[in-house]
Design a protein around this ligand. Structure first.
Ligand code: 1AG
Length: 131
């Protein structure tokens, strides 16, 4: 277990969230999502993770084991199905999301006591969130 990401994290910056969402959802939902203050709640027991993304509008939870592929359905977000696999790359937790959208992934890591989340997207869109 290279790093502990456990905790309750409040968002402090959100760069190009709009661009990332443009690749995924319609303008109406984007407008709502843009105004949300996101909170991450991360529980980690060995390689077993539960990551909750919380807001006043919707919540989204994933549970997975590092190194073990799982079926992900982004219910209430863009409602797509994918096969996801999370691995450690050094101290970074990297998730590849194989599905309809090419090169979809996210990366979590801790830096200066902050939780970083970089969500990458093929259509040149990179969203960076810090909690
Ligand atoms: C996330 O995954 C996904 C959560 O962090 C980011 C939030 C939305 C961006 C994705 C698509 C936008 C779709 C719909 C907008 C509607 C509601 C927004 C509600 C946001 C709160 C859940 C990485 C994560 C690991 O699984 O940290």
């Amino acid at each position: 277990m290279p790093a502990s990401l456990c905790g309750i994290w409040e968002i402090i910056s959100n760069t190009n969230f709009e661009g990332y969402m443009t690749a995924l959802i319609n303008p109406y939902l984007r407008k709502i999502a843009m105004n949300l203050k996101l909170r991450k709640i991360i529980e980690q027991h060995g390689d077993q993770f539960i990551i909750k993304t919380m807001s006043t509008f919707r919540n989204y939870t994933i549970a997975f084991k590092v190194g073990q592929e799982f079926k992900e359905f982004t219910k209430g977000l863009d409602n797509r199905h994918m096969k996801s696999l999370v691995r450690w790359e050094g101290n970074k937790l990297v998730c590849e999301q194989i599905g309809e959208k090419k090169n979809r992934r996210w990366i979590h890591w801790i830096e200066d006591d902050k939780l970083h989340l970089q969500e990458l997207f093929c259509e040149g869109q990179v969203c960076k969130q810090v909690f």
